[in-house]
Design a protein around this ligand. Structure first.
Ligand SMILES: NC(=O)c1ccc[n+]([C@@H]2O[C@H](COP(=O)([O-])OP(=O)(O)OC[C@H]3O[C@@H](n4cnc5c(N)ncnc54)[C@H](O)[C@@H]3O)[C@@H](O)[C@H]2O)c1
Length: 345
């Protein structure tokens, strides 16, 4: 299959690209490599995929991987209404996996415009190109944050999601509505995936796993919001990737319900972990006790997430099976080796 993966220099996009290539597919990765977090990490992931930094830096030029002939990369923004159609025309994709987005709940209070640019305007451009270039299936990232103020757990896709509490969440809910409209009007399949707190090696520096490990190793205090009274359905990156790739690989006409073009799934671990237990797992793996700064709840944050993933198990035999302790160990082992190699610590 020939697949466009947007956000390929990002955390999840990198892993999805890698697994698709391992399965023999042909992948074009797209990313604008913005500086929301350390671009060194984004270029590092691309290097792993065989795209050297000096090539990846240039905008709007397709570079071929030096380690896998089935992978190429283009630095392009989803908002680029002129060049995006040229890419679709030239490459003839069958499936689009849209993982590029402005992520992060907290940052959406500081820079709301970035969410409208990437997640609304950018997503519209993806939909328009799916429509114009006969894409069979659009698989795209939504988020657990669409559940907003909902308190009933576990979260189910049949629950109402009309109470988002951050612009990030509102942009993801908008994506689902926009995808529904385009699937209905133009007849291509769309599958929205509500990801639940993804963590693992090469993870995002703005997320708890990374922030806590980094601070603890530097002897700095970690910020524990809502005085530790938070729970998250932490999902290990390998489990997520396996699920996403299964969805991409199953031809639309072989899906359980082939006449339903528009689908939404939760993709989580089906297990809510207390924040303090998560911190304990990090402390035990590092053999260091964290200095904790106990703080009140942050605006935009929700207290608890927990995914019901029955539909994904039923339709795709999705089986998340990485225990939190093992996932934390994998992350810390990567973190230590990556930063001692890169920065000579
Ligand atoms: N990681 C999680 O826990 C999590 C949870 C819920 C939802 N999601 C969603 O999953 C997707 C992937 O998340 P991630 O954790 O890999 O984030 P990430 O920030 O690591 O990856 C996103 C990538 O998209 C790129 N990008 C952003 N805006 C772009 C634009 N306008 N044009 C082109 N490229 C652009 C960024 O440079 C980045 O490399 C996102 O849509 C995110 O909202 C992630």
């Amino acid at each position: 299959m020939k697949i466009l993966v947007t956000g390929a220099a990002g955390f999840i996009g990198f892993y999805v690209s890698k697994k698709l290539l391992d399965h023999g597919h042909s992948v074009v990765g797209l990313d604008n490599i913005n500086d929301y977090y350390d671009v060194g990490l984004k270029f590092g992931r691309l290097t792993e995929l065989g795209i050297e930094r000096n090539k990846a830096e240039i905008f709007n030029v397709i570079s071929r991987s030096n380690s896998n002939p089935n992978f190429s990369f283009i630095r392009l923004s989803l908002e680029d209404r002129e060049n995006l159609p040229l890419l679709f025309k030239e490459e003839g994709f069958e499936v689009v996996c849209n993982l590029a987005a402005q992520a992060g709940v907290r940052y959406s209070l500081e820079n709301p415009e970035a969410y409208v640019d990437s997640n609304i305007v950018g997503f519209l451009n993806i939909l328009e190109n799916c429509r114009n270039f006969n894409i069979k299936h659009l698989v795209y990232a939504s988020s657990s944050s669409v559940y907003g103020l909902n308190s009933k757990v576990p979260f189910e896709t049949t629950d109402s999601v009309d109470n988002p509490i951050s612009l990030y969440a509102a942009s993801k809910k908008s994506n689902e509505l926009m995808a529904h409209t385009y699937s209905h009007l133009y007849g291509f399949a769309s599958t929205g995936l509500r990801f639940f707190t993804v963590y693992g090696p090469w993870g995002r520096p703005d997320m708890a796993m990374f922030l806590f490990t980094d601070a603890i190793l530097k002897g700095q205090p970690i910020k524990v919001f809502n005085h530790g009274n938070l729970e998250r359905d932490f999902t290990y990156i390998e489990d997520i990737t396996e699920g996403v790739v299964r969805i991409i690989e199953l031809p639309v006409n072989e899906r359980k319900d082939p006449n339903t073009l528009y689908k939404i799934y939760n993709i989580g671990n089906n297990n809510s972990v207390k924040l303090m237990d998560f911190i304990k797992a990090i402390e035990e793996t590092l053999s260091i006790e964290a200095k904790k700064e106990m703080l009140p709840m942050q605006a935009g944050d929700v207290t608890r997430t927990w995914a019901n993933v029955d539909a994904l198990i039923k339709d795709y035999n999705y089986q998340p099976n990485t225990p939190i302790k093992k996932g934390v160990e994998e992350f810390i082992s990567w973190y230590k080796s990556y930063y001692s190699i890169e920065h000579g610590n």
